[in-house]
Ligand binder design. Structure first.
Ligand code: DGJ
Length: 728
């Protein structure tokens, strides 16, 4: 009996346990369904900004809010679908367009799950959306950089259909705004005319900023923009979104104002000629869209970008930079070893860190004596440089400086051994005439064999010359007649080119993590944060005319910190050496000038300027930038950098060409401590020229930031640089 009772009890316990288990399972299932249908907002927050997403009707994901951080987001609406797929019920510009294996050209996206992970300052939120009918999964990623007030967004797509699907378009990010007005500031130009800023109101319809040039992609349009909400923002006022795409290829920003005056901004790879075939079970990741939102004007937005870039966006962004003397403007292709030895001597005389040997050092069968040959043949030209690179490296070492070298590894000259041996590596259309840009063609970097070749261009030079300290990585051609002999799916080429390029850059950086490298593309045609994480600086323009540079560097400063913007003193421009030096010094100072032509005064001035720059470069590179007077608004430009502890600052003032009796009001400084007293010391004084009346004076921070300083002289194309030091 007892046995039966025990057995009964045991069975009963098992049944109860089973029941409990089933109940628990049901509960978990219900809970997960609940979670999937959750209307709880997904909050992506930085120090001052919030982006809030929420599921709504039909399990769609909506952008419920974007703006200044709020205490709660309960009232946030679900009007704008966060990431709009084509083929559904929204007939404005989509974020994504997919054609399934069966030819169905629509995608429906329903909320599936979300994940959040915080590591220190950075919170990564991912939201997975699924198509209810097709096995396609889209994950929206957002990284919030709390202290810097920067968010990055990108998209990942994977599918499990039986055959490949086609991604006609896959944006990195989509944002929605509801404001009375929208003002777009774009940055555009051409060779030697980089970063022209234009501000215009967006009206109903679509405005597109894009490029189709692939390699030298940013020659006409820069990969960044600002959108002011309600009214045009100024340096210190207004709501402004500032965004840039980390992609060294074809990008596209679409700004569409719809029938309700709502604005959607779609940022990503340019879908032009890029329908991407995605095979089953492989994922496709879009580049990052990096954005910041400021309610205190563009100045704050730029400081956010700079803080982010130095920490996360550029290689060794918080470390000191090497100063350079480059030979390009002095010699072009025409140099001898003896001349280079003498330039290495000039590098040492000026107190610079590196001598950078530019184009023209390679090719033997077809020597590189002009731009018509030898790209691809990265062997040292024995006639020009009989001692080899090792001679130059050791000559530099003897003079106490370092040696750096120029390469253009993605390119090939039709007159080269590489072209003769590997015609299949060249990206060009069959059955069509070759079309050259600067007499050259581009290698097909979607091909792993080409990636291997490009990696070895750099790796071989570095392995053979371990003392080599610097690379300038140039890229002078666009891709005409684009076609990959390698790709199975031909229209994947534009995208796979850039992915191949990044594979090479990743490899170089993995092997040489602290290599100083300058990103260059026939001036500043490649300067995006996709590449810049591997580079310590970029070549801003071949145009180094001091006056032009005031505008150009002003433009660049909106998105890049000073230590990334290579600015060299050359013999371009009719301004004084002092003016050109003062302009170059607002960013990363360097030289590309024939020092042997300097007068004794010029030489002394330059030596002093280099040492001053080295002393002040901590504040210039790492300090907070305040643009005080815009050259776009007045015939002068004034800006300053202030250290985080507000103990020191550097102030740059340029008089461009004041009109007769033009009103020049005092310039009110920013970023200082009202309660501190600052001494002004004028630096970069040219021998024999009287310093400004402000030199040596002290002022309270309050005075400087409320009353301001009479800064500009009346002399056209004159300039002054002041060091401000807190004295109490
Ligand atoms: C274009 C670059 O912008 C120049 O600085 C120089 O490196 C030339 N290429 C060399 O060909």
């Amino acid at each position: 009996m007892l046995h039966k009772i025990l057995l009964y009890k045991k069975q009963n316990t098992i049944t109860t346990m089973l029941k409990k288990y089933i109940l628990l399972c049901n509960f978990l299932l219900a809970a997960s369904a609940l979670l999937a249908q959750s209307t709880e907002p997904i909050v992506i927050e930085t120090k001052t900004t919030a982006l809030v997403l929420k599921t709504g009707a039909k399990q769609k994901l909506f952008q419920a809010y974007f703006g200044p951080k709020l205490a709660d987001y309960k009232a946030a609406s679900t009007t704008h679908q966060a990431y709009i797929p084509a083929g559904g019920d929204d007939l404005f510009e989509p974020a994504i367009q997919v054609t399934h294996a069966d030819g169905n050209p629509s995608l429906y996206l329903q909320f599936e799950s979300t994940k959040k992970e915080t590591v220190g300052n950075v919170t990564h939120t991912s939201i997975t959306l699924k198509d209810p009918q097709y096995p396609v999964e889209v994950t929206l990623h957002y990284k919030a950089y709390y202290n810097e007030d920067v968010i990055t967004g990108w998209t990942e797509i994977v599918h499990h259909e039986a055959q490949p699907i086609t991604l006609t378009n896959i944006a990195s990010n989509m944002l929605h705004f509801n404001a009375a007005q929208y003002w777009l500031t774009q940055f555009h130009g051409d060779w030697a005319q980089e970063q022209k800023m234009v501000n215009a109101q967006l009206t109903s319809g679509i405005k597109v900023l894009d490029t189709k040039l692939t390699t030298r992609s940013q020659m006409y349009q820069s990969p960044f923009f600002m959108v002011s909400l309600n009214k045009s923002s100024t340096e210190n006022e207004g709501e402004v979104l500032m965004g840039t795409l980390a992609w060294s290829g074809n990008f596209r920003f679409a700004f569409e104002v719809d029938n309700d005056n709502a604005l959607r901004i779609i940022s990503g790879i340019n879908p032009f000629a890029s329908a991407y075939t995605l095979v089953p079970n492989q994922s496709f990741t879009s580049p990052e869209f990096i954005f910041t939102y400021s309610t205190a004007g563009r100045g704050q937005g730029s400081r956010n970008m700079h803080n982010w870039a130095r920490k996360y966006g550029i290689a060794d962004g918080e470390k000191p930079r090497l100063t350079l003397l480059n030979n390009w403007e002095t010699t072009l292709f025409d140099f001898t070893q003896q001349q280079l030895d003498s330039l290495i001597g000039s590098t040492a005389t000026l107190g610079l860190d590196v001598f950078l040997l530019d184009d023209g050092w390679f090719g033997n069968k077809y020597p590189r004596n002009n731009d018509k040959s030898a790209l691809g043949d990265w062997q040292l030209n024995k006639t020009k440089l009989p001692g080899g690179i090792s001679h130059l490296v050791s000559e530099a070492k003897n003079r106490g400086v370092k040696f750096g070298i120029w390469v253009e590894p993605e390119m090939v000259s039709p007159k080269s051994v590489l072209y003769e041996t590997h015609p299949d590596w060249v990206a060009k259309l069959p059955n069509r005439e070759e079309v050259y840009y600067r007499n050259q063609l581009v290698l097909d970097l979607s091909n792993p064999a080409v990636q291997e070749h490009v990696f070895h261009v750099l790796d071989d030079i570095l392995t053979q010359n371990p003392g080599l300290a610097f690379f300038k990585w140039d890229c002078n051609a666009v891709i005409y007649n684009a076609w990959s002999p390698y790709e199975k799916y031909k229209s994947n080429f534009f995208i796979d080119y850039v992915k191949g390029l990044y594979k090479v850059m990743d490899r170089v950086t993995a092997k040489y993590p602290h290599l100083n490298m300058m990103l260059c593309s026939g001036g500043g045609s490649r300067l995006d944060y996709g590449a810049l994480k591997h580079f310590t600086e970029f070549w801003a323009s071949d145009n180094t005319d001091g006056l032009e540079r005031v505008y150009m560097q002003w433009g660049y400063s909106h998105f890049y910190p000073a230590n990334a913007i290579a600015a060299h003193v050359t013999s371009w421009g009719k301004q004084s050496l002092k003016f050109r030096t003062d302009v170059a010094m607002m960013d990363k100072l360097g030289y590309d000038i024939n020092v042997s032509h300097f007068t004794p005064d010029e030489l002394n001035f330059t030596k002093e300027a280099v040492s001053t720059y080295k002393r002040l470069s901590g504040v210039i590179s790492q300090g907070d930038l305040y643009r005080l007077v815009s050259p776009y608004e007045q015939n002068r430009a004034v800006l300053m950098y202030a250290s985080a502890d507000k103990k020191s600052a550097v102030l740059f003032s340029y008089t461009l060409n004041l009109r007769f009796h033009e009103d020049v009001v005092p310039v009110v400084l920013q970023g200082l401590d009202e309660h501190k007293t600052y001494k002004l010391t004028e630096v970069n004084l040219y021998p024999g020229i009287e310093p400004s009346k402000l030199n040596g004076k002290t002022y309270s921070g309050e005075f400087l930031m409320k009353a301001g300083l009479p800064l500009s002289s009346l002399t056209p194309l004159s300039s002054a640089v002041f060091e401000l030091t807190a004295v109490d």
